[in-house]
Design a protein around this ligand. Structure first.
Ligand SMILES: NC(=O)c1ccc[n+]([C@@H]2O[C@H](COP(=O)([O-])OP(=O)(O)OC[C@H]3O[C@@H](n4cnc5c(N)ncnc54)[C@H](O)[C@@H]3O)[C@@H](O)[C@H]2O)c1
Length: 336
C-alpha cells in the first residue's frame, strides 16, 4: 500500500491527480504539500479534503526540514509544485528558478535520504522548444526558449541526474497543454471562457498561429498514474495525444460554445517569445497502456460549464494581485 506525497496538489493538475489517487484501493494515504501561492487553492480539492486518506500540509517545497520529515513518512512522491505560467516567467524569473529548480532539488535530496521508492517529476513539452516539423521523442535534446521552460528543463536534468548518481527512482513526464475544470483563469482556455462569460473580448496573440496539443487534465493524470505504477526509473515519458490546434482554431471552438462570432476578438501583439509549434511522439507511454480518451469538444463544453457554474471560484482571482510565499528559511542554508 503506497503512501504518496503530492506536491502542488492544491493547483490545477495536482488536485485532479490527488482526487484520482484517493479513489485507488492500493493507495493507503495521500499527503498534499502546497504553499498556496496565488495559483493554489484548497477548494480545488473540494470534498476530497474530507477523506480520511488525505492530509493537507501548507508548506513550501524549498523548506528542506519539512520536506525531509514528509519524505520519511511516504513511499512515493509525485511532484507537481511549480511556477507554471509562461507570461509570469518574463517578469519574475527568479521565483521560477527557485521553486522549479531548487525546490525540485530539495525533494530529490529528501527522496534520496529517505529511500523513496517512486518519484515522478511532472514536466512539460515546452522543454523541447519549438519544432517546425516532426515530433519530439524523449531522447531529443532540450531547447527551451522562455524562462519557465528553461527552469523546467533544468529541473528535469537535475531529477535525472539524481537517478544516475544516487539511484533515486525518478521518472519524468512531459505533457502537452492541459485543460479542464478548475484551471487558474490566467491560462488561455479559462481566460477566454471567463472573458466571454463577463461579456469582454478574448485577446488573441499575434495572428493566432501558435500550434499546441490540447490534453484533458484527466488524460494527463491517467498517464502520470501509469508512470507512477509502471514507469522505468531513469526514463522520460511524453504524454499528449489530445488534439493539435492553432490558437486561432482553439478560439473558434470556444466561440462556437458561446454562439459568439469573431467580431468580439481583440488582437494583441505577440509576447516577447512565443514558440510557434510543439509536438511530441507519445508511443513510449502508449506501450505502458496509455490512451487519451477525452474528446476536445466534449472537454471544452464540460470546462465551460464548470466556469459558468462557479463564478465565485474564478472572479475573485481576476482582481487579486499575484503574491508568492516568502522564501523559505531553507533557501538560506540549503543543503546543495
Ligand atoms: N498546466 C499545463 O498545461 C501543464 C502542462 C505541462 C506540464 N505542467 C506542469 O504540471 C505541474 C502542475 O501544473 P499546474 O498547471 O497544475 O500548475 P498550477 O500553477 O495550477 O499549480 C501549481 C501548484 O504548486 C503550488 N506551489 C507553487 N510553488 C510552490 C512551492 N514553492 N512549494 C509548494 N507548493 C508550491 C501552488 O500553490 C499551486 O497549488 C507543473 O509542474 C507544470 O510545470 C503543466
Amino acid at each position: 500500500m503506497e503512501k504518496v506525497l503530492i506536491t502542488g496538489g492544491a493547483g490545477f493538475i495536482g488536485s485532479h491527480f490527488a482526487r484520482r489517487l484517493l479513489d485507488a484501493d492500493d493507495v493507503a494515504q495521500v499527503t498534499v504539500l502546497d504553499a498556496l501561492t496565488y495559483a493554489g487553492n484548497v477548494e480545488n480539492l473540494g470534498e476530497a479534503m474530507l477523506s480520511p486518506k488525505l492530509t493537507f500540509v501548507h508548506g513550501n517545497i524549498l523548506d528542506a526540514r519539512l520536506v525531509g520529515e514528509l519524505a520519511e513518512e511516504h513511499t512515493a512522491i509525485v511532484h507537481f509544485a511549480a511556477e507554471s505560467h509562461v507570461d509570469r516567467s518574463f517578469y519574475e524569473a527568479g521565483n521560477f528558478l527557485a521553486t522549479n529548480i531548487l525546490g525540485t532539488h530539495t525533494l530529490l535530496a529528501a527522496a534520496r535520504d529517505h529511500g523513496i521508492r517512486r518519484f515522478v517529476h511532472v514536466s512539460t513539452d515546452e522543454v523541447y522548444g519549438p519544432l517546425p516539423t516532426g515530433q519530439a521523442t524523449e531522447t531529443d535534446p532540450v531547447r527551451p526558449t522562455v524562462p519557465y521552460a528553461a527552469s523546467k528543463a533544468a529541473s528535469d536534468l537535475v531529477a535525472l541526474s539524481y537517478h544516475q548518481t544516487f539511484g533515486v527512482p525518478v521518472c519524468v513526464t512531459r505533457s502537452s497543454n492541459n485543460y479542464g475544470p478548475r484551471q487558474h483563469p490566467e491560462k488561455i482556455i479559462p481566460l477566454f471562457i471567463t472573458r466571454l462569460l463577463k461579456g469582454q473580448s478574448p485577446t488573441l496573440h499575434g495572428r493566432g498561429q501558435h500550434m499546441r496539443n490540447w490534453l484533458h487534465v484527466e488524460d494527463n493524470c491517467q498517464g502520470i498514474d501509469l508512470v507512477l505504477r509502471s514507469g522505468a526509473p531513469g526514463q522520460i515519458y511524453n504524454i499528449g495525444g489530445g488534439t493539435d490546434l492553432t490558437s486561432r482554431e482553439l478560439t473558434d471552438r470556444i466561440l462556437r460554445l458561446f454562439d459568439a462570432d469573431w467580431d468580439c476578438i481583440q488582437y494583441i501583439p505577440d509576447r516577447a517569445s512565443n514558440d510557434l509549434r510543439y509536438a511530441m511522439d507519445c508511443s513510449k507511454i502508449a506501450s505502458l497502456g496509455y490512451q487519451p480518451v477525452r474528446d476536445l469538444d466534449d472537454g471544452l463544453a464540460e470546462t465551460c460549464d464548470w466556469y459558468r457554474r462557479n463564478p465565485d471560484r474564478w472572479a475573485p482571482l481576476l482582481c487579486i494581485r499575484a503574491t508568492n510565499p516568502a522564501p523559505a528559511p531553507a533557501l538560506i542554508d540549503h543543503p546543495v
